[in-house]
Design a protein. Structure first.
Length: 253
């Protein structure tokens, strides 16, 4: 399948998430109670034994990874286009403080350009277990209609083969195996995307620094890394920096 896959029919994705509020204390009473129950599951300690300080620490560390307690602040998308017999990467990020708006804009992109499961693909690292379900859940919360490729209810596994996950591809059937994006880029000789912030710092960059551009740049680097990994799977040359263009960079110039 990978050998025959058209690389120009793939939408490459990565999302960055933060906790829904900056601090545990900012949650209303009901959500504080519900987070305490979640924190008990995470820490494997009875909820009755968790104090507010511990709940707060766990909220800061873990809330962003749960769609019920976190939110998306950036979705970066990448395309491979062919120009003058050469392939190029084009990047665009949907980011902002209004999650409903960025989700709507991303859905519009998919509805317009990536809407046919028979020829279009979505690709990311841990896409199936994290990015796609997180996006879908947050769309439900905000009342954003799922694009056709994200309408997954009731579909059998063979009906969602258009979801390409580089982590799953690397498993080669070994379902107990996990490899991070950074590890794969390292062993495949691909420039590491983790040269500025990492996922644990995104919340601070969002809430304290309020630097959305920095988050988007970080997110886009992950998208590029995923593209380069897929190129390795297809035994094709990875992209040089001069073949990568970001709409974010062009806008800031």
């Amino acid at each position: 399948m990978i050998d025959t896959l058209s690389i120009t029919n793939i939408l490459f994705l990565d999302v960055e998430t933060v906790s829904g509020h900056e601090k545990f204390e900012d949650l209303n009473d009901e959500m504080q109670y519900l987070w305490k129950l979640k924190a008990a599951q995470i820490s494997r300690v009875p909820a009755s034994e968790l104090d507010e300080a511990t709940c707060g620490e766990l909220y800061s560390d873990k809330a962003a990874i749960y769609a019920e307690f976190g939110k998306i602040v950036c979705i970066s998308a990448g395309l491979i286009v062919k120009e003058a017999d050469e392939y190029h990467i084009r990047l665009k990020s949907f980011m902002g403080y209004d999650e409903a708006v960025l989700l709507t804009e991303f859905a519009e992109l998919m509805n317009q350009y990536f809407n046919d499961a028979s020829k279009h693909y979505l690709c990311g690292h841990n896409l199936v277990e994290f990015d796609v379900p997180y996006i879908c859940r947050r769309m439900v919360i905000h009342g954003v209609k799922h694009p056709s490729l994200l309408q997954l209810h009731g579909k059998k596994p063979w009906e969602t083969k258009y979801l390409l996950d580089t982590m799953t591809l690397w498993k080669f059937g070994d379902y107990k195996h996990y490899s991070s994006l950074k590890l794969l880029t390292g062993i495949l000789g691909i420039p590491s995307p983790k040269d500025d912030i990492d996922g644990s710092q995104v919340g601070n960059v969002f809430y304290k620094d309020q630097d959305l551009d920095r988050i988007a740049i970080y997110c886009e680097k992950d998208v590029v890394a995923v593209i380069q990994i897929l190129m390795k799977f297809k035994r094709m040359n990875i992209f040089e920096p001069d073949k990568i263009t970001s709409l974010l960079t062009e806008t800031n110039e």
